[in-house]
Ligand binder design. Structure first.
Ligand code: ADP
Length: 436
């Protein structure tokens, strides 16, 4: 209540003029009233002037000071402006936090207005959809994302599921895009890069198809023979023997495949095996003996031990990896060929290598050899009992030992498969404490 002070003052002047009327006369009293009201008017006008000036740049620090009715008004004004400033600062900080969170989101976010025009977008959505914040704010999203699947999704107005977009800018990126209506008129456009997920799903699908295919052939063969045996109970002993032998071969093939699959899945899912001291020279000697059994005198073997160092690793895994390389050399080297098994340490890098004088591999196949079921010559692989999983297993085992598999080859001359271990995997003879 600011008015009562002024009213009280006016009333006091009027009373004073009335009391002094016998002394000043009527005209004098009226003049006194006029002077008092004029003074009051000047006081109010000057305060209005200060208020007007302050309103041009209102800040709690510059609220004018005065007396009387204006003092109370200015005090209230000061409190209001301060409280408003505080809540505005809090709102701005909250908004800044939301914007920063949106900017940092690993998924793309675009805010669309009622007419599907861009109001705001974060950097990830710009990268996904090729948007430019400087130019594209206010643009209709359909003009900027010109993929037919997206246009259909936008107009169909059923946003319960995301839509998958490919070839957005001619690249091989695959995006999952979903519109989420909010605020009754606006929409959020969320984008997620699912390229990697799609790749994994494709690999998984291919893998299942490959395994089924690998098992179907031997199963068909075994089924066919069993049917013949059932239909012809009087089959002569020699034919029966040869069919049983072939069935045995096919079941062995399926067994090898299942064993390799189990090894791979153990390597992929299993916990890291306990490390122990692996005496590589002794393992290499064992491998030569095993390979001689496989080769049955068709090849010559040379063991070249340039170091007596041992490795810190898993014996069974290393036996399996090195054994796979040696048996591949036997299987892909024609009779009379030579197979060298090498173990050496150079510049702190230990290498286990198998060199053969076999058929060799064309350069274009080399990067893909460690893919599951990848074979250069399917017929030869099968004929020699291959599953197509050997090098995939070798690669996994190498990775578990922080080692690298390196392949070099020359067509018709031979191949070299080397596993290179980092220095921290090497154990000298003094480290004999780590028992196997
Ligand atoms: P597989 O069971 O078919 O031998 P691997 O994964 O062990 O499967 O090898 C994949 C492919 O790599 C083989 O099918 C073969 O074509 C090629 N390969 C592997 N080792 C050799 C080698 N020493 N000489 C020539 N080709 C090889």
């Amino acid at each position: 209540m600011f008015w009562w002070r002024t009213a009280l003052l006016l009333f006091a002047f009027a009373l004073l003029a009335l009391i002094l009327q016998p002394l000043l006369g009527t005209v004098g009293s009226l003049w006194l009233m006029v002077l008092a009201m004029g003074g009051l008017l000047v006081f109010h006008l000057s305060n209005l002037n200060r208020l007007g000036k302050w309103l041009n740049d209102p800040s709690p620090d510059t609220v004018p000071e005065s007396s009387g009715a204006w003092e109370a008004a200015y005090r209230r004004l000061y409190k209001m402006v301060r409280a408003q400033g505080k809540s505005q600062r809090m709102l701005t900080a909250a908004l800044d936090r939301f914007v920063a969170a949106g900017e940092a989101m690993p998924e793309g976010v675009v805010v669309l207005d009622t007419n599907d025009r861009i109001e705001w977008c974060n950097p990830r959505s710009m990268a996904h959809l090729g948007l430019d914040r400087a130019k594209d704010i206010g643009q209709h999203i359909a003009y900027l994302v010109r993929v037919p699947a997206f246009q259909r999704y936008l107009t169909a107005q059923d946003y319960s599921q995301p839509v998958v977009l490919r070839d957005i800018h001619g690249g091989d990126v695959v995006l999952s895009v979903q519109l989420v209506p909010f605020d009754s008129t606006r929409k959020l456009l969320l984008t997620r890069d699912i390229t990697q997920l799609e790749r994994v799903q494709t690999v998984h699908r291919d893998f299942v198809a490959n395994v089924s295919h690998e098992l179907r052939t031997p199963l068909t063969v075994v089924g066919g023979f069993l049917e013949t045996l059932l239909d012809m109970p009087d089959m002569d002993a020699q034919t029966r023997q040869s069919q049983l032998t072939m069935m045995f071969e096919q079941t062995s093939r399926m067994q090898r495949l299942v064993e390799d699959l189990l090894t791979l899945s153990r390597l992929e899912n299993g916990a890291e095996g306990r490390d122990a001291r692996v005496d590589v020279p002794a393992l290499a000697r064992l491998l030569v003996t095993e390979a001689e059994g496989l080769s049955k005198g068709r090849h010559t073997f040379r063991l070249e031990l340039g170091s007596d160092a041992a490795l810190r690793g898993n014996y069974d895994e290393l036996h399996s990896a090195f054994g796979n390389l040696v048996s591949n050399a036997v299987r892909y080297t024609p009779d009379q060929g030579e197979i060298r098994i090498l173990w050496k340490v150079e510049d702190g890098v230990a290498s286990f290598a198998v060199k053969d004088t076999g058929i060799g591999i064309e350069a274009q196949h080399i990067p893909r050899l460690t893919e599951r079921f990848y074979r250069v010559d399917r017929g030869r692989s099968r004929a020699t009992g291959g599953t197509g999983l050997g090098l995939a297993i070798v690669k996994h085992i190498a990775q578990r030992h922080q080692a690298r598999l390196e392949i070099s080859s020359e067509m018709g001359k031979g191949s070299c498969f080397a596993i290179r271990f980092p220095a921290n995997r090497l154990l000298s003879t003094e480290d004999a404490g780590l028992g196997v």
